[in-house]
Design a protein around this ligand. Structure first.
Ligand code: HGY
Ligand code: MN
Ligand code: MN
Length: 417
């Protein structure tokens, strides 16, 4: 069914979207499709099937990144790359990542159907383990392609059950070859939901993303004294869970009082032996700290370590702060940003330039080629939860911008790039 879009079939996108959203759907209406899980495998196989059905050359690399390629007039010209991820957080939303991959598929299929023989090839990429919900840190697939991580480092990453990335990748049948990795590109574009409140608050359908805030993921390990919950007087306790609670609360208040955009989150906490009637022997909790400026992120990381040390001294418990991974803020390509802006103006689509507080594969692609992102609004700014929602009206507007940007870049119209 034709729509008011440039032959882009929004109904076809919606249909694929519903099919993909049904993979890993939870009782409460969210989606759980953890990286390298059986659900991820099903989603991957469906994506490859769709790519092949529209005639794209498909492949996957040694960390399971999936590629679908539409050739251009100049076979050896660098490809315009568009992509995102299809893995989700537990009980997450249907739009985060998946929308970007399916939008890319729709754009490429529309280009093919219109026999638009573009100068540059166009390549869709679906990156492995963007979320980092199962294997930390996040964005392992795009990070390997950008040489941020070695394959060995990634293969040895373990999930909370001690299962390795490599074994799980092998189990789902997506261990491809290193030769299949993307090496460079003409440009990389990621279409994504904003996952925040800004566009909705300003009633804007499109965000032109100039960069992404940096993040540091850490873990604090506290060793206390396990003991009987019924017989140990309060003044004789060395309780690592109580110590953790005090630190988590202090870090929360510290970030809140900075009022400079710093965000600190503890999303995961473990107590051992994790039973009702024993004071824990050890507690481990996560810290996710973010800021758009490198200096501020660095000083906050230092501050966090100091706060943990202070608490360790006060309660006389052994505490260590381990850094899992730090990725500093990135600024995107002014050239790609201006192409997207020009197209918004041509299409009279209101937009604003903005920074992403959420991390994306584009952070690593930015090291390989000219990169930028197009955001569409999130209803009530919610994401990483079952309430995640974006209107199809806004998606249509964003898709139109994505479509024209891809054609302009792939047609070599903006040779300045
Ligand atoms: O954590 C993030 O920012 C992304 O959703 N993985
Ligand atoms: Mn995402
Ligand atoms: Mn996410």
């Amino acid at each position: 069914m034709e729509t008011k879009l440039k032959n882009i079939h929004i109904e076809r996108l919606k249909d694929r979207f519903q099919q993909m959203a049904s993979i890993g759907r939870t009782e409460s209406g969210g989606v759980t499709r953890l990286a390298l899980s059986p659900e991820d495998r099903e989603a991957r196989e469906l994506l490859v099937h769709w790519m092949q059905k529209i005639g794209l050359a498909t492949r996957y690399d040694d960390v399971g990144n999936i590629y679908g390629r539409l050739e251009g007039r100049e076979k050896n010209a660098d490809a315009v790359l568009i992509g995102s991820h299809i893995d989700t957080v537990p009980n997450g939303g249907q739009f985060d990542g998946t929308l970007g991959v399916l939008a890319a598929l729709e754009v490429v299929q529309s280009i093919k159907e219109q026999q638009k023989e573009l100068k540059h090839p166009v390549e869709i990429v679906s990156f492995t383990n963007e979320e980092g919900a199962r294997f930390t840190p996040q964005m392992l697939g795009s990070g390997v392609v950008a040489n941020e991580f070695t394959r060995e480092y990634v293969y040895e990453r373990k999930d909370m059950k001690g299962l390795s990335f490599y074994d799980q990748l092998k189990k789902i049948g997506f261990v491809g070859s290193e030769a299949n990795r993307l090496k460079n590109g003409k440009a990389f574009l990621e279409f994504h939901i904003e996952q925040g409140p800004v566009l909705e608050a300003e009633n804007l359908p499109v965000g032109v993303v100039e960069g992404i805030a940096g993040f540091a993921w850490m873990e604090v390990i506290i060793n206390g004294q396990s003991n009987h919950s019924g017989t140990t007087p309060m003044h004789l306790r060395q309780d690592p869970l109580v110590a953790a609670a005090a630190i988590i609360k202090e870090l929360h208040d510290f970030a809140k009082n900075k009022k400079d955009g710093t965000v600190i989150t503890t999303g995961r906490i473990q107590a051992f032996p994790n039973i009702i009637n024993a004071i824990p022997s050890q507690t481990i909790f996560s810290i996710d700290v973010r800021h758009a400026e490198r200096k501020s992120l660095e000083s906050t990381i230092a501050e966090i370590k100091k706060i943990v040390e202070q608490h360790a001294g006060e309660v006389k418990m052994d505490m260590t702060t381990e850094e899992i991974w730090t990725k500093h803020p990135v600024s995107f390509s002014p050239k790609v940003i201006s192409v997207i802006e020009q197209i918004c103006k041509q299409q009279q689509t209101p937009f604003k330039r903005m920074i992403s507080g959420a991390g994306h594969d584009a952070m690593y692609m930015n090291a390989i080629t000219d990169t930028a992102m197009i955001f569409v609004p999130s209803v009530a700014g919610k994401s990483h939860c079952k309430e995640e929602e974006t209107s199809w009206d806004d998606i249509e507007k964003g898709m139109n911008i994505l479509y024209d940007t891809v054609c302009k870049l792939a047609n070599g119209d903006s040779e300045s790039l």
